[in-house]
Design a protein around this ligand. Structure first.
Ligand code: GDP
Length: 304
């Protein structure tokens, strides 16, 4: 089972999927274009959320960080007037210190993630989308800024003129990602931000060509005319897509075979070029995540 993921909507789906499928059978290909260096440490926010989900540590009220984490280091730095770009909890920071140390000693991001995974006793395969450095950058009327500076630092408020993924021309799926895709016919694109979370994965060299040959099912992160959370609506609009599940399908284009949209969505199913299924996609509890995951598995079973 292969799932393409960002750091909030798709991890919610995976939380339900884990009730139905053994972790060993789940491979998650994770966005790394939001990675950022914080106080010298490599933070991989989406990878870390997935690591914490599978190791049972995730704070699933916020969908980032470790539950009951403390913030002593961050607070101590603030007392000295040093404000970090991201709020890193102490245990969360330990993950990033370990990753950075591994990478300083020659590991690539995939190898470092494998080491973290096995250290945390994770059975699923968590694969960063690529090992090259790629950065989602947003252009505002004032400046060009890293996505994290826009979303966390500036609270997503500035007007966005365009979104670019710096370094993507040289980035390719890792050999581990290619091997995983080689061995699976079905791919699930979870309900993640199509511009900043799934967009970078699809923009990797050759990725769309590979996915075009697979059965790809996507779940819309947009219900009606708004995302459930986050800046997907604003960024889709900037990139010229309608803010709707049809817009999400347009972002994915010809790699997509099936689209799951919310039962409350009033869009005309005939406006899609792919087959559409409707169900409750709002995952406000683990039970609801499991029900959606079950629906997705049923659909893939039928589609197979
Ligand atoms: P990020 O890396 O934190 O931006 O996280 P993702 O890209 O993985 O997830 C953000 C997207 O998840 C947003 O566009 C939300 O609309 C979507 N999302 C969050 N919760 C839900 C949910 O319960 N149902 C659906 N359909 N989408 C959701």
């Amino acid at each position: 089972m292969i799932v393409l993921s960002g750091g909030t909507g798709t991890p919610k789906l995976i939380q339900g999927l884990r009730k139905l499928v053994a972790d060993e059978e789940i491979t998650v290909i994770v966005n790394t274009a939001e990675d950022i260096t914080v106080s010298g440490n490599h933070v991989s926010p989406d990878v870390d959320t997935v690591l914490y989900l599978f190791s049972g540590q995730l704070d699933d009220t916020k969908w980032w960080g470790i539950k009951n984490d403390t913030f002593h280091t961050n607070n101590a730095l603030q007392r000295m007037s040093f404000n970090e770009k991201l709020m890193l909890g102490d245990a969360d920071r330990a993950t990033c210190i370990f990753r950075t140390e591994l990478m300083r000693n020659g590991a690539n991001l995939t190898e470092a993630t494998q080491k973290l995974s096995s250290g945390l006793g994770i059975k699923a395969s968590i694969l960063p989308m690529c090992d090259e450095k790629v950065d989602t950058m947003v252009n505002t009327p004032q400046e060009r800024m890293h996505f994290q500076d826009f979303w966390v630092g500036a609270h997503g408020e500035p007007e966005v003129l365009d979104v670019r993924i710096s370094g993507i021309e040289k980035a390719k799926p890792t050999k581990e990602v290619l091997a995983a895709l080689e061995s699976e016919d079905n791919v699930i694109i979870g309900p993640s931000n199509p511009i900043t979370s799934i967009g970078p994965i699809l923009a990797l060299k050759g990725m769309r060509d590979i996915l075009r040959k697979k059965k790809v099912l996507a779940i819309s992160p947009i219900i009606g005319n708004a995302p459930v959370s986050g800046p997907a609506g604003k960024l889709m609009k900037t990139c010229g897509f309608p803010v709707s599940s049809i817009g999400v399908a347009e972002c994915y284009g010809d790699i997509l075979d099936f689209m799951v949209i919310d039962e409350k969505d009033t869009v005309d199913e005939n406006d899609f070029t792919v087959k559409v299924f409707k169900c409750d996609t709002l995952m406000t509890s683990v039970e609801k995540s499991e029900a959606l995951a079950q629906r997705v598995l049923d659909l893939l079973g039928d589609i197979r």
